[in-house]
Design a protein around this ligand. Sequence first.
Ligand code: RNT
Ligand code: ZN
Length: 419
Amino acid sequence: MNETKIKGAYAIARERYAENGVNTEQVLRELDAVPISIQCWQGDDVLGFESPEAGLSGGIQTTGNYPGRARNARELRSDLELALSLIPGAKRLNLHAIYLEADGPVERDRIEPRHFQGWIDWAREHGLGLDFNPTCFSHPKSAQNLTLSHPDNEIRRFWIDHCIACRRISEYMGEQLKTPAIMNIWVPDGYKDTPAGRLEPRKRLIASLDAVLEAMDGKHHKVAVEGKLFGIGAESCTVGSNEFYMAYAATRKTLLCLDAGHFHPTESVADKISTCLCFLDEILLHVSRPVRWDSDHVVLFDDATIAIAQEIVRCDGLKRVNVGLDFFDASINRIAAWVIGTRNFRKALLFAMLEPRSALKDAEGRFDYTARLAWMEEAKSLPWTAVWEYYCMSKSVPPGIEWLDSVRKYETEVLSKRG
Ligand code: RNT
Ligand code: ZN
């Protein structure tokens, strides 16, 4: 795309926004600093590097067999480097425990910070912060779809110890990279059919989480807990529901993770953000997209996503809402999936930040809901795309669909040669 044209369009857009009380230069500075934590697991269908025979379980699933899945850390990092180069703005990388690099098999309750040194060094080199997750699925000890709420003491202990090991790793990551790591606990625990008791597993989950929290202090990492509505094979009861974790996070002072794919389809996830910010210091988002049974389609620039971004901005919550992504699609080029989903959320943030806020607040203050609606609709057709293209260009990132050429080239030269 032509640089002069982009600059010309931006100059006009900047003026249009200034007329509406929006300073685009300031918006772009702020936008660029908002970190988006990119999920490593989109690159390899959530399989990790524990063993070449690894499979995915826990009520989540990747579908598709697009060629070129990353099979080891070297490939995954190389794929990520391409994706990162096509996405503007501050970024973090979100890892799962199964992405360890070890010489031989290591049980999950024995993993150590050194198993992630390769990732830490790489993250430092690329100016990325790291976030982390215990992997409480895809394991023989999670075969019953119960982990931290399992009735068997030994199995429960195993997963508690895994989570504690992950806290040590998260602490080390945060300390090394001088930016706190967010460690998000999601467990698949639930029942396909109506359980005879819902209270006992929930009490066991509380006790296990408490044991994880009490095990150590965290100076360089923060713990988040993620609820869910249902999973495949856990259709009738999820032990860690949203209400469960909302109350848990509020009483234990952890972060709550809202995954956009984990609610009833008519619920607004965006609407929950302000409530969370009334009762919690910080929250974590898993920006995702539910379709039928799946909660993990690639993020679109759609109404639900825009509403989330608008709520963060309208709540003045950019410092308290940690943005992570959570989708995994194996049916399209996996690097393209990262680029599309991450650029879309950055676009949604830009769109939200360009909102003529003073006009909206002013109208609302006068109970002039006619003007409020008129302004909200007007904002949709203000020239935000000119601001987006200029932003990408100024960050040396492709402003438009040209990014796909780089992905296609890499697909031919690298991905298509993977077995
Ligand atoms: C599963 C949760 C969880 C996982 C990742 C891989 O439903 O959303 O966040 O997707 O940890
Ligand atoms: Zn999630």
